[in-house]
Design a protein around this ligand. Structure first.
Ligand code: HQG
Length: 181
């Protein structure tokens, strides 16, 4: 499958598995899972050509491993990034001492005034490296990378979670733990 087509299908899956399942008339259970059979059926009804083989391929080759099948492959869900209410069952984990977040120049003043907030998602998303953070920030404008003192946050009782696809998540990052790179 060409990279462009993988991206197009990934974006479609992100939309319906994280944000708007109602767009194609599917529902997610409380843990974010939906039936693969129904997803395939409804996608095709909505002119997104999806076969079991194509779905397998996209799940395996998606550049961020955004989606996971359950054990018998009858269900699928997004690993992170939801805006609708789902319980993914994350267990708190000790993060690396330092994490990074990419934001945009336009948001910087607000971020430095009120800290990182989760906005429409369930968590603030953080990465272990500067390059990833810069790419994430780039999506919103001229990127600015912030260093997060995750060790100090942990010492002060803030909890961190690691998504299936290795994105670090937390509820918020107060300003005292943020440093512009
Ligand atoms: C900013 C993608 C003003 C925050 C990426 C960000 C990531 C504030 C934006 C994942 C703020 C939210 C998440 C404050 C935070 N004032 N702006 N107080 N606090 N912001 O898209 O982190 O491709 O919800 O800096 O790779 O950009 O979807 O979060 O710019 O991992 O898998 O508000 O989404 O992954 O934007 O991206 P987003 P994000 P996927």
């Amino acid at each position: 499958l060409p990279e462009k087509e993988i991206t197009r299908i990934s974006k479609f899956l992100s939309l319906v598995l994280r944000h708007q399942p109602e767009k194609i008339n599917i529902t997610l259970d409380e843990n974010g899972w939906t039936s693969v059979a129904t997803l395939l059926q409804q996608a095709n009804k909505n002119n997104i050509k999806l076969s079991p083989a194509i779905l397998d391929y996209v799940v395996a080759n998606n550049n961020k491993k955004r989606f996971t099948f359950n054990a018998d492959k009858t269900k699928i869900r997004a690993n992170q990034g939801h805006s609708i209410e789902v319980e993914l069952g994350y267990i708190p984990q000790v993060p690396p001492a330092v994490l990074y977040h990419g934001t945009s120049e336009g948001a910087l003043n607000s971020v430095l005034a009120t800290g990182l907030q989760k906005q429409n998602r369930h968590h603030v998303h953080l990465s272990t490296d500067v390059v990833t953070a810069r790419n994430v920030g780039q999506r919103h404008g001229k990127p600015v990378v912030l260093r997060i003192d995750a060790q100090a946050m942990t010492q002060n009782g803030y909890l961190f979670y690691l998504s299936e696809n290795q994105v670090w998540l937390t509820d918020q990052v107060p300003t005292e733990y943020l440093h512009v790179l």
